[in-house]
Design a protein around this ligand. Structure first.
Ligand SMILES: NC(=O)c1ccc[n+]([C@@H]2O[C@H](COP(=O)([O-])OP(=O)(O)OC[C@H]3O[C@@H](n4cnc5c(N)ncnc54)[C@H](O)[C@@H]3O)[C@@H](O)[C@H]2O)c1
Length: 352
């Protein structure tokens, strides 16, 4: 298997996003014959793809993919789709905006149906660790690594966001089985890195340190365990999945490092030279207590392994943030972003 990117015409939906734009960059590095992005900029950021669009390396379709005409225009002449467009935010957003997240059912159905009609060969889907049953993830004392098979019945995904991702995966499996489309799903686990936004935990921690917040607020009791995974590793894994998986198989893309929220907070504060009082707030949205991937299937099927340890990725992300943000812009959007997403934020927090 494997793909010859130089003859591949690719669409990245949600390609102006943090992860989507990183995939766009990597596809261009691989010499993809053409790269089109469709994005409505509801949370995507124009500067993430501006250079590539201005240079003529990326064709931009600006519009809402839930509109069948936009979907049709986007998939026209395309061989391969990376589907990242979603109504999605961080923990605060997905917990408190269940209806908005439910619109992903319609978005995915429109895109998949339009792609099938247009005879698109392949779809690779940005799924999530949120598809895993919540009842498995409650005990911080358990050394739990979620293997892909644990996503089966009785399904208990993380809210309507997780349920829509699960439905997306199952639909793509049916498309592979019944319609011969080549499909794959990648279950991303808590992604962080440059271009990340403040509604996700690591960037929120960095923003608090950047704003010298004191007392420094931590959502939950700080004992929650996560396997934060660096964006370059996620983008590489997603492209490998599109090269090597055709039957709708879903794979975890996540590190197996177990990091407690409170330990990440201490690392960030140390980097920032900030020594605040820590204030735990157990009433805020926290998500499951114990969520870490098993990544052996991705190793076996894709020969993929995360290259970036958390300490190293955190340093790169912190340095990027400090170099690109201004405190006055960050403080203008920060409260909104903790539970919100995208362009409703009062001011764009980009220095350049
Ligand atoms: N960030 C994470 O930790 C994480 C974890 C698991 C899965 N994911 C998935 O990865 C994908 C990318 O997430 P992200 O964190 O990089 O940023 P994101 O949530 O901003 O990405 C979504 C992108 O889709 C665009 N979009 C949304 N609705 C659209 C519509 N109707 N029409 C056209 N474009 C639309 C947005 O403007 C944005 O660019 C999403 O599908 C998300 O669910 C992300």
């Amino acid at each position: 298997m494997g793909l010859n990117w130089s003859s591949s015409k690719v669409l990245v939906t949600g390609g102006a996003s943090f992860i989507g734009s990183t995939i766009v960059d990597k596809l261009l590095e691989r010499g993809a014959a053409s790269v089109r992005v469709v994005d409505d900029f509801s949370s995507g950021v124009r500067t993430n793809i501006r250079q590539q669009v201005e240079a003529g390396d990326v064709e931009l379709v600006e519009g809402d993919l839930r509109d069948p005409d936009v979907a049709e225009k986007s998939v026209q002449g395309v061989d391969s789709i990376f589907h990242l467009a979603a109504d999605h935010g961080g923990r605060g957003y997905v917990d408190l905006h269940q209806y908005d997240c439910s619109t992903n059912f319609g978005l995915d159905a429109t895109l998949f149906g339009t792609a099938l009609k247009a005879e698109v060969e392949r779809i690779t889907f940005a799924s999530s660790g949120c598809i895993y049953p919540l009842y498995l993830q409650g005990d911080v004392n358990e050394i739990l690594y979620l293997t892909e098979d644990k996503a089966g019945p009785p399904y208990d995904p993380d809210g309507l966001y997780g349920m829509a991702k699960l439905a997306g995966e199952l639909t793509l499996q049916a498309l592979a089985r019944e319609q011969g489309m080549k499909t794959a799903s990648c279950r991303y686990f808590t992604v962080y890195g440059p271009r990340g936004v403040e509604n996700h935990a690591v960037i929120a921690m960095i923003a608090r340190a950047f704003l010298r917040q004191d007392p420094f607020e931590v959502w939950g009791n700080g004992e929650q365990i996560r396997n934060w995974t660096y964006v370059d590793d996620i983008a590489e894994g997603t492209i490998l999945a599109s090269e090597k998986i055709e039957d709708g198989t879903a794979i975890n893309l996540g590190t197996m490092e177990r990091v407690r929220v409170i330990d990440a907070v201490h690392s960030v504060c140390e980097m920032a030279g900030h020594d605040p009082e820590i204030r735990l707030d157990p009433d805020k949205p926290t998500g499951p207590m114990n969520r870490v991937a098993d990544n052996s299937l991705a190793k076996r099927l894709l020969d993929w392994e995360p290259q970036t340890l958390f300490a190293e990725g955190l340093r790169k992300t912190y340095d990027w943030y400090v170099a690109n943000k201004r405190p006055e812009d960050v403080s203008a959007i920060f409260d909104f972003m903790l539970t919100g997403r995208g362009k409703a934020a009062p001011v764009a927090a980009e220095k350049r």
